[in-house]
Design a protein around this ligand. Sequence first.
Ligand code: ASP
Ligand code: MG
Length: 408
Amino acid sequence: MALIVQKYGGTSVGTVERIQNVARRVKKRRDAGDDVVVVVSAMSGETNRLIALASEITDTPDPRELDVLVTTGEQVTIALLSMALQAIGCDARSYTGAQVRILTDSAHGKARISDIDDVRVHADLKAGRVVVVAGFQGVDEHGNITTLGRGGSDTTAVAMAAALKADECQIFTDVDGVYTTDPRVEPRARKLDRITFEEMLEMASLGSKVLQIRSVEFAGKYNVPLRVLSSFEEEGEGTLITFEEEGVEAAKISGIAFNRDEAKLTIRGVPDQPGVAYEILGPIGDANIEVDMIVQNIANDGTTDFTFTVNRGEFAKAKAILEQIASELGAREVIGDDKIVKISLVGVGMRSHAGIASKMFETLSKEGINIQMISTSEIKISVVVDEKYLELGVRALHEAFGLDREEG
Ligand code: ASP
Ligand code: MG
């Protein structure tokens, strides 16, 4: 007998019929003798609908009240799912985040879980019930309702699994697993049977939006085996996200991630002296703008060029700040480009295989794709290219690294 945490996302509980379908799946697992805790999202579109209601009143809703509002979405689904379970003879009980006591800090809209009280959940499981928990929400030490950030139900599920020491955390979603790349860009993308936490983090942070990033961090930290499965297919093992296994030779490359939301900024002709990087990036950081890649050229005339990438949505704001800095530093000019994308090869096998980077650059050059920036980490090589090359670049790399699905 195992203890399983299952999470169903918005599309999986998008209609009453689908909720009844989830109930049948949960019951099947329960009937097989396992203890089941279910975490659900709001019905698809509901969270957006609630946010839109708030924005009809104000552009700057009070974060505390916004959290009170948006958490109602999940409160609806836990009640409906519990009723659907009871209706088919499966004893079940629902809990909001505050009722479980998923304790968080007070950062409304992006709260972090600090503790989970598992007493009630264990008591219900012992009494033979399925426990249905509202995802995405918690409560702070003053009793205020908080939320964990968009997509936060994944993190609720992993955190519950960690707290309950569950055998597996299963994330049911509208895809049947994690793919080598986005199948909408490369139809020959292949489902992976396994991927490591580290690789999944890179894939997720680069825009493969299968799981909320924080949930993967959490799973890695607490060693919670995490499985992504389709909620619409009965069969299939999905993708298991787990630790790198000793002795098993890792594939060189597990996948190709990309991010369209990129923009780059360059400040040219800044004095090449200590403190300049700080003077440039300090105010950008103070404005809460996240910087990703950073490149500084070598200087030959006492000045240097400094380039970095930011999220496309923050391009205008970052550019205005940089122009201010440029005039203070006496820099030559600020140039920017918000028509760029980032493409990355991800794979733990890179650690033990040489020549991956050169093969990547060769592949892109054969397609006539100019590389604007490069960055590397132990298990990832990223390039910035013009956005018009995104599809071409991803497909060429997918084929070159042998990731294409075998035609059958
Ligand atoms: N309902 C929330 C959202 O749409 C949380 C979740 O679905 O995970 O972001
Ligand atoms: Mg989601």
